[in-house]
Design a protein around this ligand. Sequence first.
Ligand code: PMP
Length: 373
Amino acid sequence: MSADFVPPIRSDLTGVASYGAPQLEVPARLNVNENPFSLPPELAEAMGAAVARAAIDLNRYPDRDAEGLRQELADYVAGESGVEVPAAQVWVANGSNEVMHHLFLAFGGPGRLAITFDPTYSMYPEYARDTFTDYETFERTDDFGIDVGAAVEVIGSRRPTLVLLTSPNNPTGTALPLSDIRTVADAALGAGAMVVVDEAYAEFRHDGVPSAVSLLDGYPNLVVTRTMSKAFALAGARVGYALVGDPRVVETLKVVRLPYHLSAVTQAVAVTALRHADVLQAQVALLRQERDALSAWLIGQGFTVAPSDANFILFGMFEDRARVWSGLLDRGVLIRQTGPDGWLRVSVGTPDENDMFRRALLATTSPDDDQPR
Ligand code: PMP
């Protein structure tokens, strides 16, 4: 290695650290909103068999457009949200991260603007940076909603091509009323902008909270992104998807994706998971119950809790959240320091992990906490 060689790194990437939360082997890993349940053995076995079948043909490139998987996703959404979306209006990629990257490649770019509402998912500015898209954020309201009047004004004055709405939002857990999404989508339609509703946590929403999928019919500028990383307990497989109001969006995403972006192994695993959706839905139901129980417990203990429609809870308020975070870690519970100052975010775990979290939090925040800091 030559000592005087300096790699010609893009100036905007120089010194930039890569994204990533700590991956620590501790008893309760509640920091990245994973589904805490491992896959049921019969599902893991079925996946193994599906991968073995796919393996025979791995000398060939995969189905470039993942036709079979996109149809299965459409069928799943029809059952889950009661909305029929043709497979031609479904896109799939390696995690909703990659779906969003494709959307930025297609609808962002130099001289174009993406806007969103903070606090929200911390990856969005990275997609913007990678695609040379300008990025601006506007403050959410005190209850972590969106001031739609202000949003409509901003869309008219700043003329973004991409408006990102996250619902349920990360890290707050709060869902947006459908009427707010509709108002923003109307303004965006008038201004020629796409609206992307990031519904990574959709399946955890309370009964009666509608999905933006129900708006797709009337809005050719609407994209709803979803993922199999959470409800389907498939974070390790990397499968995310989008449902779009206009099939031309999918045709454009095909233009910007890398060739054969979704491996045959991934497609086989995802199709198998979708065919076992009912088993996984039982886990989701339990996680929703655990989430509500944990929220109620936190409120009962005097903490402030943001109402969550996701599989995590933002809670506070702490004068020194770093101290609480490390106190929990000392006790084997890893959560996330994120969101506005004073708040912490905990992912909903298994009932045992949630108990561990409760005990650790009480021990950490009680006055006779004797753990070293
Ligand atoms: N959107 C939101 C709001 C998220 O919180 C996450 C995961 N943390 C993602 C998208 C990306 O998920 P994945 O790439 O695993 O589908």
